[in-house]
Design a protein around this ligand. Structure first.
Ligand code: FAD
Length: 437
């Protein structure tokens, strides 16, 4: 099938693609979004639990995620926001520590008292950094050692870096870490407690409302269209999917950079393909458990014990109530890992067998018969690895090929990827790019 020539085709129906579509439609262009999956939402996609949508990968916002709040306001959905103080904790050396407020930090016994003060000061100093460019030449490890010393690094930061970036932990830039500290500090209530935000019915429900608005404005969203190649012809782009062809004057790619590289390798220069391949990505595997009973009162448990293979245990129903999911307690076990790791290819049963002894060690009362259901989700392109001098690695949104643009999560910097920034960047490109007409 070849459809009518469009002004713009957007590859990818995640938050970036949908927001870009919204803004281009407001400017009066004809837009089609091609999405490879059978549903929109991308990494913020959902599945059904007890008739209710639940994120495949745990999601929340910070109260200072203003771009997303603005979009929700625009869609008239502010009443769907849930804002709660959250219980944050850390698992270290077979013990649980509360880490929700500055007072909890003072009681954090794995560190000597002077190191607890150092840790508190480190976070304050880090948040005050204005000139983040000065941090580009340092790794997070170098910077954190400088600010907090060896003990604080080993107990608190190294496990987090390893949990998030696996084998790339020591390559991660200080800028990435600075931004995380800054963001979390800005999402606190008066007592210093962290306040987080969720969307009733999952992030995918917001993506669906956004998609509905896109269609109301005359946009098209076509699912199950895995784009495999882009062909340049004299006055337009031919976009080849596994089943169809489309034509458009302009293409905006919102997918991982190496995937775009594959699509254009027949005509792009080797230098440009190298540019698209120079940013590494790490994958993620998330085991989602529906349980009869709650594991703990903590919403977000950072796992700092190096013998425990998950970066976090997130008990979603300590934020959103279990009744939403027919009374089930929802727990996510998250692991970031290269897609070549054997754990990445395990099926749900294998992954559950692998995880069970660790969960049992952490929560001795936990029994297999608490598990009502389990689901396993994988994302090959879950997180770009933000290395030193990352600003030099990011490709421009305008490619060397007329009418081909990139707006992807790897270009979000100095902030880290997240739906708030996907929305910001989608809006920016949709509002500003010079479309080939
Ligand atoms: C474990 C985990 C936890 C997270 N937690 C949070 C959180 O708490 N808060 C938050 O805000 N963000 C969180 N994020 C990040 C957030 O999900 C992403 O930043 C955001 O969804 C990215 O949107 P996007 O549109 O840029 O990319 P994506 O969501 O990746 O969208 C790209 C789309 O392109 C499609 N696609 C890929 N290849 C093709 C092709 N060849 N043809 C057509 N379509 C294609 C994909 O299917 C996908 O739908 C988390 C991510 C992960 C992995």
């Amino acid at each position: 099938m070849t459809e009518n020539m469009k002004d713009v085709i957007i590859v990818g129906g995640g938050f970036t693609g949908l927001t870009a579509a919204l803004e281009l439609l407001k400017r009066g262009y004809s837009v089609t979004v091609l999405e490879s999956e059978s549903e929109i939402g991308g990494l913020a996609g959902a599945f059904k639990v007890g008739g209710q949508k639940l994120d495949k990968f745990y999601h929340h916002w910070f109260t200072n995620d203003l771009e997303v709040m603005e979009l929700i306001d625009e869609l008239g959905l502010t009443k769907e926001l849930i804002i709660n103080p959250t219980n944050t904790g850390m698992y270290y050396a077979n013990n649980f520590f509360k880490l929700s407020t500055p007072l909890d930090l003072l009681k954090f016994t794995p560190l000597k008292f002077h190191n607890r003060i150092r840790l508190g000061l480190l976070t304050l100093i880090a948040r005050r950094v204005k000139n983040w460019k000065a941090l580009e030449a340092k790794t997070a490890k170098e910077w954190l050692l400088e600010l907090g010393g060896e003990d604080v690094y080993k107990v608190v930061w190294e496990p987090l870096l390893k949990g998030k970036f696996g084998p790339y932990a020591e390559d991660v830039s200080a800028v990435w870490f600075w931004n995380k500290l800054k963001l979390r500090g800005g999402s606190r209530g008066k007592g210093g407690e962290e306040r987080l935000v969720y969307f009733k019915g999952s992030f995918a429900t917001l993506a669906e409302s956004l998609a509905k608005r896109v269609c109301e404005l005359g946009g098209k969203i076509i699912l199950n269209q895995n784009v495999v190649k882009l062909h340049q012809s004299t006055d337009c782009w031919r976009i080849q999917t596994e089943t169809d062809f489309y034509t458009a004057k302009n293409v905006i790619s919102t997918i991982a950079l190496p995937l775009l590289g594959e699509m254009i390798k027949d005509f792009a220069t080797p230098q440009y393909i190298n540019k698209l391949n120079c940013i590494k990505y790490i994958g993620n595997v998330c085991l989602v458990l529906e349980l009869k009973k709650s594991l703990s009162e903590t919403y977000w448990l950072n796992v700092n014990d190096p013998t425990f293979p998950f970066v976090g245990v997130i008990e979603h129903t300590n934020f959103e109530k279990p009744e939403t999911y027919n009374g089930s307690h929802i727990v996510y076990l998250s692991k970031y890992l290269p897609h070549t790791d054997e754990l990445y290819s395990m099926d749900t049963r294998e992954f559950l067998e692998y995880s069970y002894p660790y969960l049992k060690r952490m929560f001795p009362k936990f029994e297999k018969d608490w598990i009502l259901n389990s689901h396993l989700w994988r994302a090959r392109w879950s997180q770009p690895v933000v290395e030193k001098f990352y600003s030099n690695m990011i490709p421009n949104e305008k490619t060397p090929y007329d009418g081909l643009f990139i707006c992807s999560m790897a270009q979000i910097y100095p902030e880290d990827r997240g739906t708030n920034y996907a929305i910001r960047e989608g809006r920016r490109i949709g509002k500003n790019i010079d479309i080939v007409e």
